[in-house]
Design a protein around this ligand. Structure first.
Ligand code: AHR
Length: 630
């Protein structure tokens, strides 16, 4: 029986209750949301980014009509800009009529996706020692058939200049290639070879891929947390201040603004190159375009994400704190301020209206993190008292780091604490009441990252159920975002993900539909209600099927799974006690027991038992169990 108190006023639900967390993981930026179609456009890829990369990744040489030549990536003083270290030198011998020598880019996934009738904006920086060098630019597919009429440009002189033009696709192709070839003889240098669809989201230059941006916009997110995640969790890397221009793994916002050819391409935490073409200006603009409050995350100079180090460098800390103040000025300052002027010069004199900023992400060392967080917070609050400075509680939903982080956050009266967790669907069902008991006098909660482990309907359903618990506690849980947002199917570092894509299509997961349902139907207030009985623990609730108990040690008797091969008793005494399963070492082992594959995964805090078989993927498996306390 449900009782709804129609006269009672529950907590208000903020418009910013549900939002998105965008991180450059799974090729979410280059080869994803950033609409650039040329991969490795500035020849900056290298083994530092990823052992399989070279400066010629995605490029091959191309010769027609008996031309010959050589292509070499050069790193010398003749470069286009000091932040853009490499460029391509082509020595060309293509004197015969119709001959040309150059190189071809294969884009992302199966290639450069083009659509018949659509226009594509080409640009390249070039210089030549031959006085004049004709360039021929073509779009074609992987078999060589043209998909556009050739574009011709003449490079003049030995000073870098940008050459532009438009290619119109004559055919639709998902295996497109872009070839840039030179004619005549001599040496021509190229850099920043770029091709953008004219039709970007909102028609912006240096813009975003329309189908992906529209799917995100359709969520009507209340906020945009960016750019990470572990991406920003890199503050103490040795390579941080590499003087010899090795790649710096740290994500620093000032690297990501200004003309794109002046942004230093960089190794990304997730093991690939990031061009930073999609940078802070573009993120702020995107947030504005989709009506979301921007919530940047800056590095706190303590690692997380599998590493446990804190930078002990007062000067570096001072600089990062100043960079954070500058970031706020970039977002909100008047055009007469130093960084407000930079924003205006980039095309946005109006402030972006930044109200929230997070320092750090999932640091494993709560004391070291907090010491640095407090320095950031004091500096920000002194200059910008209206900005909400968000702290975090480490990488988990429970445990020693979590407890200590919360203790510090509470003691210091922090405004808002970011919590992250990735658990089984069962956890989400069992923990619907997680925030019912949170201290109303303490910091507010930002659930900055959460997901049940899977993109199946049952995962989406468990998340939906959980979100009712977040919403019921809207007085203390102020913001929540699923994670991660985007994944390129051919470059996955993390799953599940909300939206999937390849080079020419994208699709939302079941979880996406749940997020959309909640985000596009945010209520004004919670309507208090009570229910008189507890639903039975039953039904398909696992990644395959399963039960998990965390520290709360919920006990179950008679845990059974009904499989296509019959009913299997998983346990008649499942109590979340790490000692009870044997052998129970490592992070999970599979064995055939009673005709079912049973996985038992135990660590200090988690006991889990699941059953599954690849052969069962088409079946709805059902787990039933009896909660020991009834
Ligand atoms: O969302 C994927 C990763 O999960 C994030 O980068 C990190 O914050 C968390 O561990």
């Amino acid at each position: 029986t449900m009782t709804v108190e129609t006269s009672g006023a529950g907590p208000e639900i903020a418009d910013t209750m549900y939002g998105i967390f965008y991180e450059d993981i799974n090729f979410a930026a280059d080869g994803g949301l950033y609409a650039e179609l040329v991969r490795n456009r500035s020849f900056e890829f290298g083994p530092v980014d990823n052992p399989s990369y070279t400066p010629m990744t995605a490029w091959t040489t191309a010769a027609t009509g008996g031309a010959s030549g050589s292509a070499e990536v050069v790193n010398d003083a003749g470069r286009l800009h000091e932040n853009n270290r490499n460029y391509l030198r082509l020595d060309v011998d293509a004197d015969r009529r119709g001959s040309a020598y150059g190189l071809t880019n294969s884009g992302y996934n199966t290639g450069i996706a083009v659509e018949r009738g659509e226009r594509y904006d080409f640009s390249v920086w070039a210089r030549t020692d031959a006085g004049e060098t004709p360039l021929v630019i073509t779009l074609h597919d992987d078999s060589g058939s043209l998909t556009s009429r050739p574009l011709r440009r003449i490079v003049r002189g030995d000073g870098w200049a940008r050459y532009t033009g438009t290619l119109t696709a004559t055919r639709t192709s998902a295996t497109g290639r872009l070839t840039v070839s030179a004619q005549g003889t001599g040496t021509v240098s190229l850099d920043m070879v770029s091709l953008f669809p004219r039709d970007t989201f909102k028609g912006r230059k240096n813009g975003l891929r329309k189908d992906l941006a529209e799917k995100i916009a359709a969520l009507e997110p209340g906020f945009l947390r960016f750019p990470g995640g572990c991406l920003v969790n890199t503050g103490s890397h040795e390579a941080y201040e590499a003087p010899d221009w090795e790649r710096r793994r740290s994500y620093q916002w000032k690297d990501t603004i200004g003309p794109v050819h002046e942004r230093p391409a960089n190794a990304n935490f997730w093991g690939y190159n990031q061009t930073l073409g999609l940078g802070y200006y573009e993120y702020f603009l995107f947030a504005e375009d989709i009506g979301a409050t921007p919530v940047p995350v800056v590095p706190a100079l303590v690692t997380g994400c599998g590493e446990n180090r804190a930078t002990d460098d007062p000067e570096l800390l001072r600089r990062h704190i100043q960079d954070t103040l500058d970031l706020i000025e970039f977002a909100n300052g008047p055009v007469t301020s130093e960084w407000g002027a930079v924003r205006a010069e980039m095309g946005h004199p109006e402030p972006f209206g930044l109200t929230h900023l997070a320092v750090g992400n999932e640091e494993n060392l709560p004391d070291e993190f907090f010491e640095r967080f407090e320095r950031f917070r004091a500096a920000i609050e002194a200059e910008y008292p209206d900005i909400t400075v968000i702290s975090n509680s480490g990488p988990d939903d429970t445990g020693a780091v979590f407890d200590r982080a919360w203790e510090l956050n509470r003691q210091a009266g922090v405004d808002m604490v970011d919590e992250h967790y990735y658990n089984d669907p069962a956890w989400f069902l069992e923990n619907n009441d997680r925030y019912d008991s949170y201290d109303r006098q303490g910091p507010a909660v930002f659930v900055g990252e959460y997901a049940s482990r899977g993109n199946r309907f049952r995962n989406a359903l468990a998340e939906a159920a959980y979100m009712t618990g977040l919403e019921r506690n809207a007085d203390i849980v102020r913001m929540a975002s699923y994670a991660p947002l985007l994944a390129n199917v051919d470059h996955v570092q993390w799953e599940p993900d909300l939206i999937w894509f390849d080079n020419d299509s994208s699709w939302g997961s079941a979880n996406y539909e749940v997020q959309k349902l909640f985000m596009t139907n945010v209520g004004d207030r919670v309507v208090p209600s009570t229910a008189s009985s507890t639903p039975q623990v039953s039904g398909p609730i696992g990644g395959a099927v399963g039960l998990s108990t965390w520290r709360t040690a919920v006990a179950y008797d008679d845990v059974r799974v009904t499989t296509p091969e019959g009913e299997v008793l998983l346990s008649d005494d499942f109590a979340g006690d790490a000692g009870q399963w044997s052998p129970l070492t490592g992070s999970g082992s599979w064995a055939v027991e009673d005709g079912a594959y049973v996985q038992r995964d135990v660590n200090a805090e988690n006991t889990m038992v699941t059953a599954g078989s690849a052969d069962w993927s088409d079946y709805d498996l059902e787990v039933t169990a009896t909660k020991r306390d009834g």
